[in-house]
Ligand binder design. Structure first.
Ligand code: BEZ
Length: 255
């Protein structure tokens, strides 16, 4: 899939805003740091204050194009994180709200272990177990109903494929690949969405785009309406939608 990078920056800038205090878990004076899944580069700029060399990588060409416009002096690469080319030369991998998009977590973790030098740091945050649980369940039900309405059978949804592990599960994965886990904590992060009543549809349009692109616009509207109906009692606070985010925050050292 490719991303709507403009919408991401304007409407969903909370993604970077919440990631800012994650940067505080990195030491200053790093040599080489990689911003894995850098998106439009909102946190890559602040990362350059902590490392002599920073490379931002993202699988989305649109995101990287936007990042290059934002920070022309920084090196950005369109790249699958599982294909990072470095070997033992990276001092820190930083990643905010990106790892859950990557399907092959064994390969990704092996790659991160390879690129980091011994003593190198992984500082990351992404969706934890049950992240956007109500949202995903309501979306899946509305989506399957819309398919049935189109005379189509049920589909396997991309939004059911995200990697949202528990802290214990992710710590075990890291340990298998030679990391010592210093911190692995799950927490609830209820997240207000911009845009009032339309905020939920806008959010689905961005984050569930892969699924929505498979149905015609009229069916998409039905899905948005059905999800809003299903969630109004639990996620609407009278003025805005509050998405049921849960995060997993991790600091690990490659040994
Ligand atoms: C998240 O950042 O938690 C997220 C991941 C995938 C879809 C929606 C949200």
């Amino acid at each position: 899939m490719d991303w709507n990078a403009g919408l991401y920056d304007q409407q969903h800038d909370f993604v970077a805003a919440y990631g800012e205090n994650l940067l505080g878990l990195l030491p200053d004076g790093l040599g080489f740091a990689v911003d894995l899944g850098c998106g439009t580069g909102a946190l890559t700029g602040p990362l350059t204050a902590r490392a002599a060399r920073v490379v931002g990588i993202d699988a989305s060409p649109h995101m990287i194009a936007q990042a290059r416009l934002r920070l022309p002096q920084v090196e950005f690469l369109v790249m699958d994180a599982c294909d990072m080319p470095w070997s033992g030369s990276v001092d820190a991998i930083f990643s905010n709200a990106a790892l859950h998009w990557i399907e092959d977590q064994e390969r990704l973790t092996a790659t991160m272990a390879r690129v980091l030098r011994p003593g190198g740091l992984l500082v990351c945050e992404f969706g934890a177990r049950d992240n956007i649980g109500r949202l995903r369940a309501a979306f899946a039900a509305a989506f399957q109903a819309a398919l049935a309405g189109e005379g189509l059978g049920p589909a396997y949804l991309n939004s059911e494929r995200f990697y949202f592990p528990s802290a214990a599960e992710y710590a075990a994965l890291l340990a298998r690949h030679g990391f010592s886990v210093r911190l692995a904590e799950e927490y609830d992060r209820p997240t207000p969405l911009k845009g009032g009543n339309d905020g939920l549809a806008s959010w689905m349009g961005q984050f569930f785009a892969q699924d929505l692109d498979c149905v015609p616009p009229a069916a998409q509207e039905k899905i948005f309406a059905a999800v809003a109906d299903a969630l109004r009692a639990s996620l609407w606070d009278g003025g805005q939608w509050i998405a049921d985010y849960r995060r997993l925050r991790v600091v690990a050292v490659k040994h």
